[in-house]
Design a protein around this ligand. Structure first.
Ligand code: C2O
Ligand code: CU
Ligand code: CU
Length: 506
């Protein structure tokens, strides 16, 4: 058992204290420390944008689609000409995309043929607790000789069936590893993929579809001299070296696993489902040059589904785990024009994300309707339960780490007990950047720093981006499933270094 987990479990973890000694943020706009690759890096825009494969079910019946995914090591080419060992769902990064119908049960059997225990979480899924990927509900590798019987989780050996009811509207979800203390390194090694939910209401809209509906998974990485992924782990222990407590930032921006790729686009509307799957990096997305007329981005969806009406942006800031469903209209550009997707929160190499090459004019029947979906406002009643969650540095078992309300995560402690069906108001505050994620049910942002929510806070959210010293109030209503769920920082190094808390729905 790892030292910190052990301390946490037997309740010896120290309370928080304020202290100095953290190294400063080396990257504006993100809390984290930047790694430098030791391999020569490619020129940007030299490789085509890959599209993750769409997974086929192994079986379907009247109510359910069944899938099988094998988590395994693989050598892949992320950088051209460089072999990189990863852990991948089906051995690829990003993992295969699963596409579910709203309300149809999806069962995914995950086989663990890696060298480490794993946990799968469907991020944004409205999922019963036993299938939500509790951090100690390990799936042990096939043939793992070790006995983990002292472990407090629900242990599976070799494989586990994750059952997802998916009684929720169309949305861009994603699945990723969630192993206690090791989510950062295991996602970094490649364990992340898209899971889309579709429904008839969304399909009835004239949005760009088919080849013009594209998922974009943004993830930064750094590479060691031998081509392997560089991550500042402390041997096989939890967490990172002290220099990287604030978060791990890479110097290569991968989109769907390719460095600064290029996509040929017709001069027409495209729908991009943008996911920031980075451990710690935030992106400020802009188009260079911007379209001559009209906004760069028309946002149609947020984390948990469509907005009620579209919102226009010139810059879209995306924190780890957030999703933005964006329509870009390339019809204002001329054929042959190159349009760079930039990151205003990066510099040099990390200031670029990918490039679009506008090829030809095509007929475009798509449009963005002025009304997209029903998004009823969650209005907290007078006397609604209010809770506060302060995200800050703190001591974790005597080591520097990250805490919520002064306490490091303890998988056996419950910090809040909301009632199913009731709207509560949660006030979240920060010291540094913390993208805060709540499991089970989506929420709506009520205020940011005492002001109305920003235009990037619109719609159903499951992750909210807080910058240093911010306070956000959200309205949340948990429904359907009783049990223990997580609230945590989605900077994965913060998460691994104890910035999680448990709520138990009643
Ligand atoms: Cu995407 Cu609890 O995580
Ligand atoms: Cu989640
Ligand atoms: Cu954090």
């Amino acid at each position: 058992m790892k030292r910190r987990r052990f301390l946490g479990l037997i309740g010896l973890a120290a309370g928080s204290a304020t202290f100095g000694g953290f190294t400063g943020c080396s990257v504006p706009g993100s809390t984290g420390e930047a790694l430098t690759s030791d391999v020569p890096l490619p020129e940007p825009f030299g490789v085509p944008l890959p599209i993750p494969p769409v997974k086929r079910p192994v079986r379907r019946d009247a109510t359910t689609d069944w899938y099988e995914i094998v988590q395994r090591p693989a050598d892949v080419e992320l950088l051209p000409g460089v072999r990189t060992p990863i852990l991948g769902y089906d051995g690829v990064f990003p993992g295969p995309t699963i596409e579910s119908r709203s309300g149809r049960r999806t069962v995914v059997r995950h086989h663990n043929r890696t060298d480490v225990p794993t946990v799968v979480h469907l991020h944004g899924g409205h999922t019963p607790a036993t299938h939500d990927g509790w951090p100690t509900d390990l799936v042990l590798p096939t043939g793992d000789p070790h006995h983990h019987d002292h472990h407090p989780g629900r242990i599976a050996r070799g494989h586990r069936d994750y059952v997802y009811p998916l009684a929720q509207p169309a949305a861009t979800l994603w699945y990723h590893d969630h192993r206690m203390d090791f989510t950062g390194p295991q996602v970094y090694r490649g364990l992340a993929g898209f899971h889309l939910v579709r429904d008839p209401a969304e399909e009835a809209l004239p949005l760009p579809a088919g080849e013009r509906e594209i998922p974009l998974m943004l993830a930064d990485r750094a590479f060691a001299a031998d081509g392997s992924l560089k991550y500042p782990a402390v041997g096989h222990e939890a967490g990172t070296t002290d220099d990287f407590l604030e978060g791990v930032l890479g110097d290569v921006v991968l989109v769907n696993g390719a460095p600064w790729p290029e996509l040929e686009v017709a001069a027409a509307r495209y729908r991009f489902r943008v996911l920031n799957a980075s451990n710690a990096r935030r992106y400020g997305l802009t188009l260079d040059p911007p379209p001559p007329d009209g906004p760069a981005f028309v946002q149609i969806g947020s984390d948990a589904g469509l907005l009620d009406k579209p919102v226009e942006h010139t810059t879209v800031t995306v924190a780890p785990a957030e999703r933005f469903d964006l329509v870009v209209d390339f019809s204002g550009y001329r054929a042959g024009q190159l349009v760079t997707l930039r990151n205003t929160l990066g510099a040099g190499r990390t200031g670029r994300v990918m490039r679009f090459r506008v090829t030809r004019r095509v007929r475009d029947d798509s449009s963005v309707p002025t009304r997209l979906a029903d998004v009823p406002a969650l209005v907290p009643p007078a006397g609604a339960v209010r809770r506060r969650f302060a995200f800050s540095r703190g001591l974790v078992g005597g080591r520097k780490g990250w805490v919520i309300n002064g306490r490091p995560f303890d998988p056996l402690r419950v910090d809040a007990a909301p009632r199913l069906g009731e709207i509560e108001v949660w006030t979240i505050s920060t010291d540094l950047h913390h993208p805060v994620h709540i499991h089970l049910s989506p929420f709506q942002v009520l205020s940011r720093n005492g002001h109305p929510p920003g235009n990037l806070d619109t719609g159903w959210k499951d992750t909210v981006d807080l910058r240093p010293a911010e306070t956000v109030e959200v309205a949340v209503r948990f429904t359907d499933y009783r049990g223990r769920f997580l609230l945590h920082c989605h900077n994965l190094e913060h998460e691994d270094m104890a910035m999680m808390s448990t709520f138990e729905t009643k």
